[in-house]
Design a protein around this ligand. Structure first.
Ligand code: AVJ
Length: 329
């Protein structure tokens, strides 16, 4: 779906697969207002490894909460979904947290699992992580979310239902409206009776969120900063990383964590392969990620607006997080 060039926010961007890294950087950094880069570009081999490290941080409780729900309720989730079932996961990453659910499904009958990833490094991890499981055949798809999902849907045989996993609150990377729009586009690919298991990080105290996105050891900072390093490597740019700092802030009105890279000095940067020269004022930021936080009411509203029925949900209390099972109507 076309988005206007005037959007001065870093859209999640994962479905603009037709546009290249150079073109997206050219648009986002060449923007006359707030500069931005779509967050999907975090995930090169270095960025994917740094994200895996973030998931291990004591301050970043999100992944463990997601994992606890999937482990604790794997059998309940499976019981809500009649076989035969094919599983497709949007942005599987290493797929570590998907294991227990696949095991629960495969105990009933052999299950095909399609991890969908733009990062070949992450896809290789997923294949290694789950390729050995009894009763699970892993068929990875290196693709953007919706393109991969369409391919997974096309491969199923008649009678098989599709279970789409969109875990880890990656939906939070979309701007408001775009999240519902994205669910609607998933729904278009699905048949009635197919399902979507949607992970959403819930609103929680600001101090807890800031720690999670700005851990004292600097792993989140390195993850964010790697985006500039990647632009240097792949687009022949000359960002001096030492003249930037990581910034994580919470917009209380929008329920949104934001990550920025803040120029500490005035500077001029050339990004050769994007055909771009930019000037940054001291204190000016490049907006690199939005991570929206939800209430259950938000999930109910999104489901209702997109021809899904919210069948069940499970919550983690230690780190407020919800897993919602949506059935296509
Ligand atoms: C993978 C998008 C869910 O927003 O929490 C972690 C990515 N960014 N630390 C998130 C991320 C900074 C993460 N998601």
């Amino acid at each position: 779906m076309p988005r206007t060039a005037a959007i001065a926010r870093p859209s999640e961007g994962k479905d603009q697969g037709s546009r290249s890294f150079a073109e997206d950087v050219r648009q986002g950094l060449g923007h006359s207002g707030q500069k931005y880069v779509p967050c999907k570009y975090f995930y090169d081999a270095v960025g994917s490894a740094l994200f895996e490290a973030i998931t291990l941080l004591p301050e970043y409780g999100l992944t463990r909460a997601d994992q606890r729900i999937l482990t604790r309720y794997a059998d309940e989730i499976a019981a809500a979904l009649p076989p035969p079932l094919v599983v497709a996961e949007l942005g599987s990453g290493s797929a570590k947290k998907t294991r227990t659910l696949l095991e629960a499904l495969a105990r009933r009958q052999p299950t095909t699992y399609h991890p969908i990833e733009i990062s070949p490094a992450a896809l290789a991890l997923a294949e290694r992580e789950l390729g050995q499981l009894d009763g699970v055949s892993v068929r990875g798809l290196e693709a953007e979310y919706l393109e991969g999902l369409a391919r997974a849907a096309a491969r199923r045989t008649s009678g098989e239902r599709l279970l789409v996993l969109f875990l880890g609150s990656s939906i939070g990377n979309f701007n408001p409206d775009e999240d519902g729009e994205f669910l609607a586009r998933i729904r278009q690919i699905l048949e009635p009776g197919d399902a979507l298991l949607l992970g959403t990080d819930l609103v929680k105290p600001v101090a807890q969120l800031i720690q999670a996105y700005d851990d004292p050891g600097g792993v989140s900072a390195a993850f964010n900063m790697n985006l500039l390093a990647r632009i240097n490597r792949e687009l022949e740019a000359d960002f001096n990383l030492r003249q930037f700092e990581h910034q994580a802030l919470y917009d209380e009105t929008a329920h949104r964590m934001e990550m920025h890279l803040r120029a500490t000095t005035e500077q001029t940067v050339t990004i050769k392969k994007a055909g771009l020269v930019i000037h940054l004022r001291p204190g000016e930021t490049v907006w690199t990620e939005s991570s929206h936080k939800y209430t259950l009411a938000d999930v109910v509203r999104m489901a209702a607006a997109t021809r899904f029925e919210l069948a069940r949900h499970w919550r983690d209390e230690e780190w407020p997080f919800a897993e919602s099972l949506l059935i296509a109507k």
